[in-house]
Every structure is written in structure tokens, then in C-alpha cells.
Design a protein around this ligand. Structure first.
Ligand SMILES: C[S@@+](CC[C@H](N)C(=O)[O-])C[C@H]1O[C@@H](n2cnc3c(N)ncnc32)[C@H](O)[C@@H]1O
Length: 237
């Protein structure tokens, strides 16, 4: 059966559509940093906002989505550098001032193994004084709020790993469903995995969400150093 490229892209847009609460925060960060890497950038919901503010590299595993992101950037005369491939395996031989993993990216790539690999990639690519932000969703909130299909026909059911979220689209007389597992991850899990690869969780900032959008916790990471890590300060003193 022929793959309908447009349908795949439309489904991705449906899944990410309507989410805007995180954009001011990411834009504010991008304005302050020269170079930025977005991991799992999709069709560019975040990237297209950031591209005019920072020198932006965009990573995406799905070739179709990456091609569409680059097309959309070109149509707006925005410059992005595509970095195709699996974010948990990147080794670009360069560092960035800012690294972003928006929209629960760290929870959709898999369980603890992929998450630890992702944090190692972040540590490898983050500049000495750089900042990385890993956005985490509360799986219990997803299960609570999406118990009944609402809005963009979003529904969530509990699975062992966390929440399985599904979207449905009616295309002609066919109903298509896309499913995604969002793994249960706490900010403490991120802190522990970050610590294991030399990163420090310096701050967590919570967005409680609103009637239209679920909340999010932004884990702010940087390289562990005496200024950031009380344990390291104790050792140095
Ligand atoms: C939740 S979407 C977020 C898209 C965009 N960052 C946003 O905030 O709207 C996650 C994206 O990550 C991509 N993805 C999934 N696993 C990946 C991996 N291992 N490496 C790179 N990208 C991946 C998916 O194809 C999807 O486009």
C-alpha cells in the first residue's frame, strides 16, 4: 500500500497542534544563546519559532518530518541545520549553548536505557556554560485529564510503562489511529540520570497548564561544577 506522506505529516501536526504554552519560555532562552540544538523537532512547532532567534540545529529521527520541517523553514526564509538520526546516538563533534528536548521527548524515546543515552548525548553536546532543558509531563495528569476523548480526540490508557496516548483521524470512510507511549519519569529520575553523566539539575520550573493544555516540568541542566553543585563545593572546600 502506498504511504500517504501528507497524512503522516498531518497526523504529527494533529498530535502536537494547539500546544503553545511552552513557546515563550523556549523563545526567551533562545534569545539569550548563540547556538541551539532541538532534539526530536518534528515538523517544527518549536523550531520555527526559534530559528530567527538563535543559530538552530534540528534533530529528528523521521525523515519525512525532517524534510517537512526544512521545507517549512525555507518557506519562511528561516535557516535551520538538519541533524537527522536517533537523538540517543548523536555524536556531532561540536557543542551548543542551549539544548532543548520539548514536549515530553525524554518520555517517548523509551524507558531508562534510552533516557540515560539521551542524557549522555546532551552532556556530550552541551557547552561548558550551556543550558539544557528537558520537559517532563506528569503521566498521572495525562491519565486523569485524557480519560475521556476530548478536543483533538485524545485518549489515554494506563500501560505498565506509563500512559498510552492515542489520536484518531477520520480520512474519508477510514478511521486512523496513532499511538504513543509516554513513559513515567520523575524529575528525580532525570536528576539521577543527569548526575551519572556529569550533568547537574540546577532548577525545575513547573508550568501548571490550563484548561486547554496539560502541565509540564522543565528540568534545567548544566555541567556540574563547584558553583552549581553543593556536593562539589563541599569537596573543593
Ligand atoms: C513529541 S514530538 C515533539 C515535536 C516537537 N519538538 C514539538 O515540541 O512539537 C517528538 C518527536 O521526536 C521524534 N523522535 C522520536 N524518537 C526519536 C529519536 N530517538 N531521535 C530523534 N527523534 C525522535 C518523533 O518523530 C517526533 O517528531
Amino acid at each position: 500500500m502506498a504511504i500517504d506522506v501528507t497524512e503522516d505529516i498531518a497526523f504529527h501536526d494533529l498530535q502536537q497542534g494547539g500546544r503553545t504554552r511552552d513557546l515563550p519560555y523556549y523563545c526567551e532562552l533562545a534569545r539569550r544563546f548563540n547556538s541551539t540544538l532541538e532534539l526530536g523537532a518534528g515538523t517544527g512547532r518549536v523550531a520555527l519559532e526559534l530559528a530567527g532567534l538563535t543559530e538552530l540545529s534540528v534533530n529528528e529521527l523521521d525523515e519525512l518530518l525532517m524534510r517537512e520541517l526544512v521545507r517549512r523553514a525555507g518557506a519562511r526564509s528561516l535557516s535551520v541545520t538538519p541533524v537527522p538520526g536517533d537523538a540517543t546516538k548523536l555524536d556531532l563533534g561540536r557543542r551548543f549553548d542551549l539544548i532543548l528536548a520539548p514536549a515530553s521527548f525524554a518520555q517517548i524515546i523509551g524507558g531508562q536505557g534510552p533516557r540515560q543515552a539521551l542524557l549522555r548525548v546532551i552532556a556530550r553536546h552541551l557547552g561548558t556554560t550551556g543550558v539544557a532543558v528537558v520537559a517532563i509531563a506528569d503521566v498521572d495528569e495525562i491519565l486523569r485529564e485524557c480519560a475521556t476523548p476530548v478536543g483533538q480526540q485524545l485518549a489515554a490508557t494506563e500501560v505498565e510503562a506509563g500512559a498510552q496516548v492515542s489520536w484518531q483521524r477520520t480520512v474519508g470512510d477510514r478511521v486512523d489511529t496513532a499511538r504513543l507511549t509516554i513513559h513515567r519519569v520523575s524529575t528525580e529520575d532525570v536528576a539521577a540520570d543527569a548526575h551519572a553523566c556529569g550533568l547537574h539539575l540546577s532548577r525545575v520550573h513547573h508550568d501548571p497548564g490550563d484548561a486547554a493544555t496539560l502541565g509540564s516540568s522543565y528540568c534545567v541542566l548544566n555541567h556540574a561544577c563547584p558553583h552549581h553543585c553543593p556536593a562539589a563545593v563541599a569537596v573543593v572546600q
